[in-house]
Write a protein of this length. Structure first.
Lengths: 218, 184
């Protein structure tokens, strides 16, 4: 390329560059042109900018970085495990309160049905008798409510007792998982879920009476 | 979802974030250390991510702030050794020691000038010039308009143009000699 032409090209590109009208390819071209040996005198002062940019583009992460990162992520992961617990127990609590509501609903339904039938037949009875029946029914309802409340309290207590067990078992699980084979974070997560599912089942079948006993002691 | 977005959104940024940190702390080991810190922090707080509306922009800001913090802590004890070695490795061997030194001074001046720019101009300059991102990509990353990207970049380049075309020549020679003395 003719020297004159080259100079004009650089100047044109450079002006476009300052005005932010160059595209990425033109900017690359500019860097290439400025890296060449015989640069017109008056343009030399801009060369450092482009060589600076080129130099800053070069660095890459070292080869060992990836491994160090994965290791520290895994370490952080085992420390984070307890954080997962509240969410699971929250779900169980919601389930328990739904159970409580359903229980109340069912008992209400039966009680009112019991009451309804006789009321039609005995509509002519004395006031005192009706009053007695009503209080009787209300007492029954109160009993049923108390019972279901107690039952759900008990369930919640057991759930709380079980939560402690889960944490312990889970941390055991994740420790063994971390110590053992699994380098991949995602599969480790999946494994953890699987294990905790197991412990829930065990808790329900075998750990049940145990946790009640514990509760009584407290 | 959070595990996913960590792997699909954050991890692919690591080279860029690394160069971002390196541009500030001028030390490879330090820059990698900072990057690891940031990624670790993001990973262990992935539950809270929904509160961050733009993770990418957040990452660039975070790595910048962390790097500046490190630099402030290290500035007292840090010698020029690591960066000298670094730049010598990067330079072509055919260069004479003199031109190498001159170029090093010039680069130091440019780095110094870029460091004086407002935060957004700095980030934008790096994303465009060093990471070679399109205006569209930058706008998406920082969640600003393409217009604003251009205006901001325009200001940053104008500053550098002023610096290089005259005005700063005196300053350059002044800084150059002072650097020169530091070297020896």
């Amino acid at each position: 390329m003719d020297k004159e032409m080259k100079r004009d090209l650089i100047i044109e590109l450079l002006n476009k560059y300052w005005n932010c009208e160059t595209n990425l390819a033109e900017e690359q071209e500019l860097r290439r042109l400025f890296a060449e040996e015989e640069l017109p005198e008056e343009l030399q002062r801009y060369a450092p900018l482009f060589s600076y940019i080129e130099e800053e583009q070069a660095p890459r992460l070292s080869a060992g970085f990836e491994q160090r990162l994965q290791e520290s992520l895994r370490k952080a992961d085992t420390a984070v495990v307890p954080k997962h617990m509240p969410r699971r127990t929250r779900l169980m609590r919601i389930a328990a309160s739904i159970l409580l509501l359903v229980g109340m609903g069912v008992s209400l339904y039966f009680i009112t049905r019991q009451q309804n039938n006789p009321q039609y037949a005995e509509s002519g009875k004395a006031d005192s008798e009706v009053w007695e029946q009503a209080t009787d029914a209300l007492e029954k309802l109160a009993d049923a409510l108390r019972l279901s409340e107690e039952a759900s309290r008990e369930t919640l207590r057991q759930l709380n007792a079980m939560e402690i067990d889960w944490e312990m078992i889970d941390s055991l699980n994740s420790e063994t998982a971390a110590a053992g084979r699994d380098p991949d974070v995602e599969t480790e997560d999946a494994g953890e879920l699987f294990h905790s599912g197991d412990t829930i089942q065990e808790g329900v079948t075998t750990g049940y009476p145990e946790s009640i006993n514990e509760e009584e002691k407290i | 979802m959070k595990v996913d977005s960590f792997h699909t959104l954050i991890l692919p940024l690591r080279e860029k974030l690394f160069r971002h940190a390196l541009g500030i702390v001028r030390d490879r080991a330090e820059a990698e250390d900072i990057l690891q810190d940031l990624l670790l922090k993001l990973w262990s707080r992935r539950e809270e991510w929904e509160e961050i509306d733009n993770p990418e922009a957040y990452c660039y800001r975070a790595i910048r702030n962390m790097s500046l913090d490190r630099l402030a802590v290290a500035s007292n004890r840090k010698s020029a050794w690591s960066s000298v070695e670094e730049e010598e490795k990067n330079l072509i061997d055919s260069e004479s020691p003199h031109s190498r030194l001159v170029r090093k001074e010039q680069h130091a001046l440019i780095a110094h000038c870029i460091a004086q720019l407002p935060e957004r101009q700095q980030t934008l300059f790096r994303l465009r010039e060093i990471e070679e991102m399109s205006y569209r990509q930058i706008a998406d990353t920082l969640q600003i308009s393409e217009e604003l990207v251009k205006v901001t970049l325009f200001r940053a380049r104008k500053k550098l143009q002023e610096l290089l075309s005259g005005e700063a020549l005196k300053e350059k020679s002044r800084m150059g000699t002072s650097l020169d003395q530091n070297e020896r």
